[in-house]
Design a protein around this ligand. Structure first.
Ligand code: NAD
Length: 340
């Protein structure tokens, strides 16, 4: 069964390709390599023994998307990861984000709505909830005005999909990720941020490996147990597996509504200092970090209520924060050519 994974050479996409291939799906990867390299294919092959079909194309080009679907009429599902994802960059260059994240989505849906029956999985984000009043955050929590163009593209994306599903054969699942971290335990694939990492875990591993001199912890005066911000860090392998479960729910026509939404997190909030300490424990290294003032725009706390994903989707995380830190550290060392 042929499944398209857009952004399939990226961080979450590549791990999902692995899980799909492990379950026997035939995967076609679309990626324009704007935030990935073709080497990722070798990592996927090393883990699964199979190289997915790869098409280097840019989803912002409508004619190219049309041509792709003309050439592949027998696609059973699309998992759509491809997007620009740097929140700060989106504030400085909103049109880049609206063009990439919205146009690409529209062009894909225009092709899928031509089909009698189409299955679509969308990468959304917990950013849609902003600073929720009640923790943990369930799917009925109100979506708040987005704080960045990036966050807005996820909200608009969800709305576009819901509208199109009403008038077409498209069935969709919107997956709101909390904070994906870690790497494949084989260290064949992982997160490879270009430039200065935007996320905590790659910043930690790059600091530990000597690429960055110090990690700055923004604020220890938040109303949390140790004063640092709390997030829900989910191992990327657990996250990838959820995509296969969601896809199969659509393929088996088990969905209750044309568009369903699930939070994907662990249900456990961890503070920045807890993440640092988990890293120090698994790596045996002392991390050079210092506490500085709060950073504008950071919310205090966000962690998921995972009941719906657990009960309705039938998916649960299996891996711990320590396993995530261990895999991220193994990956970082491999990327930097350090023998482990
Ligand atoms: P990533 O940047 O590693 O992967 C995205 C991939 O899409 C990259 O390989 C990039 O080259 C490709 N791509 C981008 N624009 C494209 C285009 N126009 N045509 C073809 N390919 C294109 O990002 P990721 O962390 O794997 O995130 C995947 C998805 O999950 C994104 O939609 C992101 O917004 C969403 N998400 C990520 C996080 C996170 O913390 N990583 C959290 C919530 C949601």
């Amino acid at each position: 069964m042929k499944i398209v994974v857009t952004g399939g050479l990226g961080f979450i996409g590549s791990h999902t390709v692995v899980e799909l291939q492990n379950k026997g799906y035939e995967v076609i990867v679309i990626d324009n390599l704007s935030n990935a390299t073709e080497d990722v294919l070798q990592g996927i092959t090393a883990i699964t023994g199979t190289t997915p079909l790869f098409e280097k194309l840019d989803l912002r080009e409508k004619a190219v998307v049309q041509d792709f679907f003309k050439r592949h009429q027998d696609i059973k599902g699309v998992i759509h990861f491809a997007a620009s994802k740097a929140v700060g960059e989106s504030v400085g260059n909103p049109l880049l984000y609206y063009e990439n994240n919205i146009n690409s989505l529209v062009y894909l849906l225009q092709e899928l709505e031509k089909k009698e029956d189409a299955h679509f999985i969308f990468s959304s984000s917990c950013t849609v909830y902003g600073q929720a009043k009640v923790m943990p955050i369930d799917e009925n929590t109100a979506v708040q005005t987005a704080l960045s163009p990036y966050g807005n593209t996820k909200q608009i994306g969800e709305e576009i999909i819901s509208d199109v599903a009403k008038t077409s054969g498209i069935n969709a699942i919107l997956l709101r990720y909390f904070n994906p971290v870690g790497a494949h335990p084989t260290a064949e694939i992982g997160e490879l941020p270009l430039g200065v990492p935007q996320n905590l875990v790659p910043f930690i591993t790059q600091t530990a490996v000597g690429l960055r001199s110090e990690l700055l912890v923004y604020g220890d005066d938040y109303p949390t147990t140790d004063g640092t911000c709390i997030r829900d860090y989910i191992h990327v392998v657990d996250l990838a597996k959820a995509h296969v479960v969601a896809l199969e729910r659509l393929l088996d026509k088990k969905n209750n509504e044309k568009v369903e939404t699930f939070n994907l997190g662990t249900g456990v909030g961890s503070s920045v200092l807890e993440v640092i300490h988990a890293f120090e424990k698994v790596s045996g290294k002392k991390l050079n970090y210092s506490i500085v003032d709060r950073r504008a725009g950071d919310i205090t706390s966000a962690f998921a209520n995972t009941d719906k994903a657990n009960e309705v989707l039938g998916w649960k995380t299996q891996l711990t924060l320590e396993q995530a830190m261990e895999s991220a550290w193994k990956w970082e060392q491999k990327v930097r050519g350090i023998t482990i």
